[in-house]
Design a protein around this ligand. Structure first.
Ligand SMILES: [Zn+2]
Length: 452
């Protein structure tokens, strides 16, 4: 009888799409939070980070005014201040390890050094073990990545990302979320993603449930592209085929598709939906690749460890104003200085991040062990594990044409753990499942694996 009702509801939903799809409205509390993100504070923090002269990972660790050590201590103190302002709601930590020398020319660490990540944990209220990580790298470089002495202001790369993360900690720590959020500044990025790799390895060893990771790297919206046609966009890079794909997963993917449906791609779609909802004038440009040509970022070590992760970067980059010795040559200025950072642009990127993190941490966890029953037939049956979220309302089935870049349709399935799409062949569409709570907060989509 229950199955009969479910099938009837599904049929009704297909006939009357409005019956099935309650269009999500912006959450007033998230909208209010986004207004608090301050361009002025982001500018102050970027200028403060630049004031340390260089933040090269090989630079001085014990000079109070210059080098990576001074910037490390300032970020730590800033997170502590933010925590004091929210009744010690954050746990602020330094994570240090000894990096062995990786001598040039191949390596970028001439002598063994300590590398320190700094992070602040905002503990979730009902599901604290489910974690979302937002990160920027506070280290910088000039033309030579191993040079510890040259001035390396790194205003865009990546004081912009670091300042955005600190500002997110300020506005988000005033609120409560179901799941935990980690605000992080890492070092050693320019030496080969070293700080992020250490964190990802530790997290994997501890079996931390990191459901999503964002890296913000070069989000300054360099002012030389102020008049570009695609100015009011930020790129979100997501891989299609998982970096940690197994031989068996690869065989399945070649058989029935899925090269456009990794968990990171679903996360990118979720972020785009968030921007469409909360930031209609500043959009997400999804880039269906892991990173830019010949370059990498701190999301990659997370992907390699099997975590879901994406990269935020400005839409147009100016290579005269990143990774350059500060100088004037033939009348032309080179260097990553604050004059080339558009603080309003950074603020808009921080808002897209904060809205996405808030939606993720308020929503139930994405459905686990989602399968599509692999048998001949023109109906499609999906199954998944029951979620344990206290405020879980149920699940939505989503689908799209196989050629569509984004999910286009959804139907409410109710609080069930299987659902049959009558008369809709799994051969003709891609399907997915997402969880919804009683307030209408939706998780990212989980893409099913075929199981006989
Ligand atoms: Zn960078």
């Amino acid at each position: 009888m229950k199955n009969y009702i479910v099938v009837l509801l599904a049929l009704l939903s297909l006939l009357y799409p409005t019956f099935a799809q309650k269009k999500e409205k912006p959450n007033g509390e998230i909208a209010k939070m986004l207004k608090e993100v301050s361009a002025k504070r982001i500018e102050t923090d970027i200028r403060k980070l630049v004031s340390f002269g260089t933040r090269n990972t090989n630079s001085e660790q014990d000079n109070p005014t210059r080098g990576i050590g001074a910037s490390r201590d300032w970020i730590f103190a800033e997170f502590q201040k933010i925590s004091a302002d929210c009744g010690n709601c954050l746990t602020v930590e330094k994570q240090t390890y000894l990096q062995e020398a990786m001598p040039p020319p191949r390596g970028r660490v001439p002598e063994a050094i300590n590398i320190t990540n700094i992070f602040a944990v905002l503990k979730g209220t009902t599901d604290p073990n489910r974690v979302y990580v937002v990160s920027g790298h506070y280290d910088s470089m000039c033309s030579n990545p191993a040079d510890a002495k040259c001035d390396a202001p790194g205003a865009n790369d990546d004081a912009s990302g670091t300042a955005a993360v600190i500002e997110m900690a300020r506005v988000m720590s005033k609120r409560k979320f179901d799941a935990s959020i980690i605000f992080m500044a890492v070092a050693g990025e320019e030496q080969g993603l070293l700080g992020a790799r250490h964190f990802a390895e530790q997290a994997a060893a501890k079996k931390m449930d990191i459901e999503a990771m964002f890296t913000n790297d070069i989000i300054g919206g360099v002012t030389t592209f102020k008049n570009a046609a695609n100015r009011n966009t930020v790129r979100v890079f997501s891989e299609g085929v998982p970096s940690n794909e197994t031989e068996q997963d690869g065989a399945t993917r070649r058989s029935v598709g899925g090269e456009n449906d990794s968990a990171s791609r679903q996360l990118a779609r979720f972020i785009k939906e968030t921007a469409d909802l909360y930031s209609p004038k500043f959009r997400v440009m999804m880039i269906y690749r892991r990173d830019r040509y010949g370059r990498g970022g701190d999301h990659i070590p997370f992907l390699e460890k099997g975590f879901t992760a994406v990269r935020f970067t400005e839409t147009n980059e100016d290579y005269d104003h990143q990774h350059q010795n500060v100088r004037t040559e033939n009348g032309k200025f080179y260097g990553d200085t604050p004059e080339y950072v558009d603080f309003e642009y950074v603020t808009n990127v921080a808002r897209v991040n904060a809205a996405s993190l808030a939606r993720l941490a308020l929503a139930p966890a994405r459905p686990k062990n989602v399968i599509i029953v692999n048998r001949l037939g023109n109906d499609t049956e999906l199954k998944w594990d029951a979620g344990t979220d206290a405020d879980l309302a149920g699940y939505e089935i989503v689908w799209r044409d196989t050629t569509s870049p984004v999910w286009t349709n959804s139907v409410s399935g109710g609080n069930v753990t299987n659902f049959v799409m009558k008369g809709m062949s799994k051969d003709n569409y891609f399907f997915g499942v997402r969880a919804v709570d009683k307030d209408g907060n939706k998780s990212p989509v989980s893409f099913p694996k075929p199981v006989r």
